[in-house]
Design a protein around this ligand. Structure first.
Ligand code: FPP
Length: 246
């Protein structure tokens, strides 16, 4: 089958603007998050329709833990509910559900729900839906380097590198990538951010080195298929040179 290079293999989205969307309507911020979950649904379906293979969604950053406790709890409950509600849809549509981030800060209940859904959907190959939860790009790079060093020295100095002898082996890009939490997932081709903000906010810092960026003023709860298609149209016009001359 011919590969259509105009369709990105991996789309990443920074879903932003739920709070503002709700406030504009005189409603609580959590109302915006609920509508945002509907946009997630619409985008997942559209990604499958368009033949996108990986869809990464930045749902909750490490920094988001600093939001009011009430909002954090509402977001975590929404996550829990969405996973249990949507598991049948994942199974019917060949979706592999994955969550990436610092699990140590999640509740036991949520961790269990995530684990079960990930295991259940692991064989699916139509779309990898990757939710970044309690994630930050700097955390990812640090955990990768720390794990690499731990493997090098091993427990009690029993690793492949001895503390007393020789120079430290140079860490190369391919090895670092293999220690990132996204190991095995191709780097994003397209990164979309909604709500008019134009920054990466500690998302996949290493993995987006050559990603095309697309910014839109649209708030996340209003980002549905028409908006998604506009982003794909913009991507199809981009000339990706990866630093080379064509
Ligand atoms: C950004 O809006 C959105 C979030 C921090 C949470 C995104 C979560 C969802 C869409 C809920 C459902 C997710 C899944 C994966 C089912 P904001 O709160 O930063 O809005 P603001 O910038 O207007 O304040």
């Amino acid at each position: 089958m011919a590969i259509d290079n105009r369709i990105p293999r991996h789309v990443a989205i920074i879903m932003d603007g739920n709070g503002r969307w709700a406030e504009k309507r005189g409603r609580e911020r959590v109302y915006g998050h609920k509508e945002g979950a509907e946009s997630v649904r619409a985008c997942v379906k559209y990604a499958i329709e368009k033949g996108i293979r990986y869809l990464s969604l930045f749902a909750f950053s490490e920094e988001n833990w600093n939001r009011p406790q009430e909002e954090v709890e509402a977001l975590m409950s929404l996550m829990l509910k969405s996973i249990s509600d949507e598991t049948p849809l994942f199974l019917q549509n060949g979706i592999r559900f994955r969550v990436i981030g610092d699990f140590s800060r999640l509740s036991e209940k949520l961790r269990r729900e995530i684990d079960d859904c990930m295991k259940l959907t692991e064989p699916n190959t139509t779309l990898d839906l990757i939710i970044f939860l309690s994630y930050s790009g700097k955390w990812d790079i640090l955990q990768a380097v720390n794990r690499y060093v731990a493997d090098l020295y091993g427990k009690d100095g029993g690793g492949s590198f001895s503390r007393s002898g020789g120079s430290v082996p140079q860490l190369d890009a391919r090895t670092l990538s293999s220690y990132l939490s996204t190991a095995g997932i191709p780097d994003p081709d397209l990164l979309i951010r909604t709500s008019g903000e134009q920054r990466i906010s500690n998302f996949m810092l290493w993995q987006t080195a050559y990603t095309e960026y697309y910014f839109t003023e649209i708030l996340w709860p209003d980002f549905r298929t028409t908006e998604f298609q506009l982003a794909l149209d913009a991507f199809s016009q981009r000339d990706r040179r990866y630093g080379k001359v064509k």
